[in-house]
Design a binder for this molecule. Structure first.
Ligand code: F6P
Length: 544
């Protein structure tokens, strides 16, 4: 039975109309002077203020009851203890093991998970040290100082957030670049900035069979050889992180420079594994380990806090409340931190690839909406772009505001302005501006009564739009680790409620298969194509 047919869902839905009217949220604050405290939670140096949500004691109780009725507690245990939570690929999903401080009693495919993780971390530490101390150097003896991450999806998006966010912690003299897209402009733009003698390419691919990554790796290898390198020197400038040891060795990677991955870690959850090696090289292993420690604190909270106070659980439930009861189809992540500008991209993959599913775990079609559209960007830029729709559009879009009280950079009062704008946007979503306020404002400006009345409907802002305020003193490695882990768990809890598999991604396969066929058609081979695609193929061929 789908969760929307449960008694718990019916009880929750009975509260549907409570807070949808303009002014409803505002009145919750006046009824309860302790509301901010009641719905604020502190985990791993991050404050999660959920007080601007459509929640009160009754809704809170029913949300938790819904989680209980869907077995969320035992599903969290199953995830963390290495059960096969990804049945279509017959795998556990052990990203939390990568950052665990405990020795876990989990063995998968004959490997003791904690041991192989510890060995890999030791291998990473030793390699990072040898690069930093100029023991592992380029083929002409020069130190390696530019790290190029070649990878896509989970082997790119999360890692990019890590190096962007933690740039203030970067090792002196080190730079990092990313090549992800199959579009030749991506590699071209990066390669023209590189010095082949001081560049280390890290091929990050769990499968070592991803088209984009392999083509880009080949292009980089060719560029390296054309610019003073040779086949033997490839081993000094190319290393890899993968589960496919043989394929990587065939590419020319030296065995000792191969870093393992495991199929029990999903690609989009892999930034904590050796996939994080380029970032560890750029930032230092200590910083990378602080990132893991922050994630571990969130994991620990997730594993032990009661559902009613469990931050990722509550956040997931609020998402379900908006989506499945109120019809919201999207969720915005607005980072008031330039260094987190790519966080929405990473969360798009983690959330939409995980929860973009239409079948329950037991193979029945779902009868309700699953994963939301995740989108967002960096404040204040978004204010001059899409915030209009958040304030006056017709859709309900629950929003996360993410902000640090202190910046790593100071220019006059710019950071203070950034914070003021973040808080103002959240407050505007909460309070809006009603007819009377608009009327008074326009009248005070001296407008004639007729003009005032003509403008009122355009200037009314309904408010009452829910948001989370996620704040911290400074964007540190620990905060970043906890923040990303929070979203990972939020996504898992939603999948648990919807009874879907958050860890497979069969939907991305069809396009890849068709891409192969069309590639051949572009070369002139016969292929069965729909008429529109056929016309496009002909147009391509005509100008080659
Ligand atoms: O987009 C599909 C996907 O399999 C992602 O899940 C993964 O992160 C990405 O491709 C890259 O895969 P790989 O690390 O194997 O190259």
């Amino acid at each position: 039975m789908g969760f929307t047919r449960s008694a718990a869902f019916a009880r929750l839905s009975s509260h549907k109309d409570r807070y949808t009217k303009p002014g409803a949220l505002k009145s919750l604050f006046s009824q309860d002077p302790n509301r901010v405290e009641r719905y604020s939670f502190q985990v791993a140096d991050i404050n999660f203020d959920f007080s601007k949500h459509w929640i009160d004691a009754d809704v809170h109780t029913e949300l938790v009851a819904l989680a209980e009725s869907q077995g969320v507690t035992s599903k969290i245990k199953a995830l963390l203890s290495g059960e096969q939570v990804n049945p279509t690929e017959k795998r556990p999903a052990l990203h939390t093991a990568l950052r665990s401080k405990e020795k876990l009693d989990i063995t998968v495919n004959g490997e003791q998970v904690s041991e192989v993780i510890a060995d890999t971390l030791a291998q990473m530490r030793s390699f990072v040290k040898s690069v930093h101390e100029n023991v592992f150097v380029g083929h002409t003896g020069k130190p390696l100082r530019t790290i190029v991450n070649i990878g896509i999806g989970g082997s790119y998006l999360g890692p990019k957030v890590v190096s962007d966010a933690l740039a203030p912690y970067a090792k002196d003299g080190f730079e990092i670049r990313y090549i992800a897209n199959i579009d030749p402009s991506d590699a071209t733009d990066v390669l023209k900035t590189l010095d082949p003698e001081t560049t280390l390419f890290v091929i990050c691919s769990k499968s070592f069979s991803t088209l984009e990554t392999l083509e880009n790796a080949k292009a980089c290898r060719r560029w390296f050889i054309d610019n003073g390198g040779n086949d033997e020197a490839v081993a000094k400038h190319f290393i890899a992180v993968t589960t496919a040891i043989e394929k990587a060795t065939a590419f020319g990677i030296a065995k000792e420079n191969l870093f393992p991955m495991w199929d029990w870690v999903g690609g989009r959850y892999s930034l904590w594994s050796a996939i994080g090696l380029p970032q560890a090289l750029y930032l230092g292993m200590d910083v990378f380990e602080q990132l893991l420690a922050g994630a571990y604190e969130m994991d620990d909270h997730f594993a032990s806090a009661p559902l009613a106070e469990n931050v990722p659980v509550l956040s997931a439930l609020l998402g379900v409340w908006y989506q499945n009861v109120h019809g919201a189809g999207a969720h915005a992540v607005l980072t008031y931190d330039e260094r987190l500008k790519d966080l929405p991209n990473h969360l798009q993959q983690v959330d939409m690839e995980s929860n973009g599913k239409s079948s329950t775990l037991s193979g029945h079609p779902v009868t309700f909406d699953t994963g939301s559209v995740i989108w967002g960007g960096v404040g204040t830029n978004g204010q001059h772009a899409y915030h209009q729709l958040l304030h006056q559009g017709t859709r309900l879009i629950p929003t996360d505001f993410i902000v640090a009280w202190k910046s790593h950079n100071d220019i006059d009062k710019q950071h203070q302005w950034l914070v003021a704008n973040c808080l103002a946007q959240a407050q505007a979503m909460l309070l809006g501006r009603d007819e009377e306020q608009v009327r008074q404002e326009l009248t005070a400006k001296g407008l004639a009564a007729e003009e005032v009345e003509a403008l009122v409907p355009h200037k009314v802002i309904p408010g009452n739009r829910p948001s989370s305020l996620i704040s911290f003193e400074r964007l540190t490695p620990k905060v970043l680790g906890a923040l990303v882990a929070y979203y990972e768990h939020r996504i898992f809890v939603q999948s648990a409620i919807w009874d879907i598999n958050a860890f497979d991604q069969w939907g991305v396969e069809l396009g890849k298969v068709m891409g192969d066929e069309i590639f051949k058609a572009l070369e002139g081979n016969e292929a069965e194509l729909d008429p529109s695609t056929k016309a496009a193929v002909a147009a391509f061929r005509q100008v080659q």
